[in-house]
Design a protein around this ligand. Sequence first.
Ligand code: RAT
Ligand code: ZN
Length: 434
Amino acid sequence: MDGISVKTPYSENQCRHQDVLLDHELESAVEDVLSSTPVVDMHTHLFSPSLGKLGLWGIDELITYHYLEGELFRSSDITPERYFALPKQDRADAIWRALFLENTPVSEATRGVVAVLKAFNLPTDGPDLSEARAFFATQNVHTHIRQVLRMAGVSAVVMTNDPLDRDEFPLWINGIDNDTNFQPVIRLDRILREWSEPWDLLASLGYAVDAQASGRSIPELRRFLADWYKRMRPVYMAVSLPDSFQFPDDTPRGKMLREAVLPACQEFDIPLSFMIGVRRQVNPRLRLAGDAVGKADLRAVENLCRDFPENRFLVSVLSRENQHELCVYARKFNNLMPFGCWWFLNNPSIVEEITRERIELLGTSFIPQHSDARVLEQVIYKWRNTRATMAPLLAQSYRLLTRDGRPVRKSDIQRDVKRLFRSNFEQWTNHNHS
Ligand code: RAT
Ligand code: ZN
C-alpha cells in the first residue's frame, strides 16, 4: 500500500467501549440475533387450522411439492401424464426414488426435504418413506403447527386467500376463527389476470358486473372488495402478474386496477402487493410446475408509484434481471417496498446477490425474504437457509462499516434485523404481529 495504513478503529491496543463488536465477533453476533429474532413470513401459501384441509403438511406433501415435481422429469422417464395419474403416496415414492435414492439430493428443494427429515430425527436416506409417514400420521395438527413455527423461528405467517376459490369460499362464508399466527391476504389473480373467466361467477354471487368491466362493474367490484375486506380483514391485497404487465393500459385489468383495486386499498389503508414476471403454463403438462419466468418492464411500477402516491406497494419481481432496477425505483418512491427472493430466485447464490444489492442501495429499508411455503414444514428449511445466507452477508456489511470508522454494537444488529424481518412489514401493513 502506498503509505496509507488502514486501521479498524478498535482492533489495535486502543481501548474500546465494551459493547462495540470486533471484526471477528461480528458474524457470530449476527447469527445470534438472526436466530433469536422471530420473523413475520409475509407471503406463504399456508393456511390457518380453521381453513381445514386447505393446509398442506406432512411427508407426502413435502415430497410432491411442485418445485420437486419440476425436477422429477429431468431424472426419471416417467411422463407427467403417468405421474399425475398416480395416487399421492405413489407420486411421493416415485420422487423419493428418482431424486433421493438414484441421485444425490443436492438441489435447493431436495436439500430442503432432507433438512426437514433431519429436524424431526427421521431417516434422511432410508429406502422408503414408511418411517416418516408413521411419524406424521401421529401428529396432532394444532400442536404440530405451533411446534413447526417455533422450530422455524416464525411468529406469524401471511396466507394467500382466494375469495373465488371453490373450496375456500364456503369456509369464509361460514366464518373463520381469528388466529394471530395466520394473517389473511386477498389474492386477486383470478379477477386481474383473466377477467373473461371470473366475471360471471361474480355476477352469480349478486354483483352486477359484465364481461367488458363496463356499466356498473367498477362500483360493483368495489362492493365485492369491501365485502371481502370486512369478512377477511386482510393485511394486504395481492396479485401475481406476467412479464408482459403494463400500467396504465386499456384493458379490463388496467381499468379495474385503477378504478377499483387501488382506491379500495387506499380506503382500507392496506398495501397492494405485485409479484411480477411469471410466465404461466409454458409447459402445461407439468401443471403447477409448468410456469416460467420473463423479464418485465418495470415502468409499470414507476407509473403506479408516481400516479398513486397515497397507495403503498409491496413488489417482488421474478426475473433476476429486474432486481437492480427495482432497487433504483425504491430509491425514487418511498411508497414502494421491495420484498423477497421469489420462487426460482430462492437459492443461496441468488439470494446473496440480490440481498447485497439491496443493502448497498437501500440500507435496511426492504423486506429480504418470504418463504412462499406451500407445505407447513417447509418453513423450517426455508427460514434456516435464509438465515444462513444472510448471516455472512450482514456481517460483511458491518465489517465494511467498522472499517469505515463506525463502531457496531449488538443493539445495532438487533435493530436492523428486527426492521428487515419484522417491522418494515408491520409498518407497511399498520399491523402488529406479536
Ligand atoms: O412459488 C410458488 O409456489 C409459485 O407457485 C407461486 O405460488 C407463487 O409464489 C405465487 O404466489 O404466485
Ligand atoms: Zn407464492
